[in-house]
Design a protein around this ligand. Structure first.
Ligand SMILES: [Zn+2]
Ligand SMILES: [Zn+2]
Length: 292
């Protein structure tokens, strides 16, 4: 009998140890094990220009990353219901800036809170001083991002205003991955580029102050905001950025490892027609395949 209890104790200890180790090893993200939902593909096709400008294999990889993001990050509505459209747009904003990085994961994020509209710095959606459309949480809000759904939608509806709040907030998280939100993504930017990058930011901020810039003046707040603001510009109007600020454009190309200005631009977004070839690449008509 004593032997039995001894054995039992050992078994319990082994289990406890295994559990302890598992907790302390940074667990990787869960992988998707279901096909990408056809309804999500339709949302991408109709709303996300970045996706439409990818070639077929890249689209598959984008979809995989979207699905992986949504399995691992909670999207919670505050005073509002979150639907598929919201989820796919949040995930797209997360994936666009890191699309070229193999194995990049948002380990510093676990939840995105979606507010119906603008909020104030106490996360209230009513009352005074509601001018915040998105923010990355710190302190007790660590690991959380807050986004206004209105701003999220606007970022994808307007393709020309150089603004996308959700991409802006995800760029802050990328910046933060090296420990500090300072406008210098050290994990991505090799040392020899860091100084030119800081000098350039300084110069461009001065141009904003002198009212000689087409960059969103909010970028003049500090280096971190400049980096986030100029990334919105880079992903939304890459050709214009290359034309107006070639030096900035080329450093951003290095940071994000994406030749945004070279991407084919397939016109504006439109809804899928029932007779169009199906988005899944089956070769069948949409109405006879995923759109039945
Ligand atoms: Zn910001
Ligand atoms: Zn199909």
């Amino acid at each position: 009998m004593e032997k039995f209890y001894g054995l039992l104790l050992i078994v319990i200890l082994v289990f406890a140890l295994a559990k302890f180790l598992k907790k302390n090893i940074k667990s990787d993200w869960k992988k998707p094990n279901k096909p990408f939902p056809a309804s999500w593909r339709k949302i991408l096709f109709e709303n996300v220009p970045f996706y439409n400008n990818l070639i077929f294999e890249e689209k598959n990889s984008f979809e995989f990353k979207i699905q992986e993001f949504l399995i691992n990050i909670r999207i919670t509505g505050v005073d509002t219901e979150v639907n598929e459209y919201d989820k796919v747009l949040v995930a797209s904003s997360a994936i666009i800036p890191i699309f070229a990085f193999t194995n990049w994961k948002y380990y510093n994020l676990n939840e995105v809170l979606l507010y119906p509209g603008l909020f104030n710095d106490e996360f209230k959606t009513d009352g005074d001083k509601r001018n915040i459309a998105g923010m990355v949480g710190t302190g007790y809000m660590e690991g959380k991002m807050i986004l206004s759904r209105q701003a999220l939608h606007h970022g994808f509806k307007n393709e020309s205003d150089k603004k996308n709040t959700a991409i802006h907030e995800f760029v802050h998280l990328i910046d933060k991955a090296d420990g500090s939100i300072d406008g210098i993504p050290s994990l991505l930017l090799e040392k020899q580029y860091a100084i030119p990058w800081i000098d350039l930011i300084q110069k461009k901020i001065e141009e904003i102050y002198k009212d000689r810039s087409d960059i969103n003046p909010y970028g003049a707040t500090n280096k971190a905001e400049f980096f986030a603001v100029i990334s919105e510009y880079f992903f939304e109007r890459p050709k214009l950025l290359q034309q107006k600020h070639p030096d900035l454009y080329s450093l951003l190309e290095t940071i994000f490892d994406q030749k945004m200005a070279n991407k084919r631009k397939k016109g504006s977004l439109h809804e899928i027609n029932r007779n169009d070839p199906c988005l899944c690449g089956s070769g069948k008509k949409y109405k006879k395949c995923c759109g039945y």
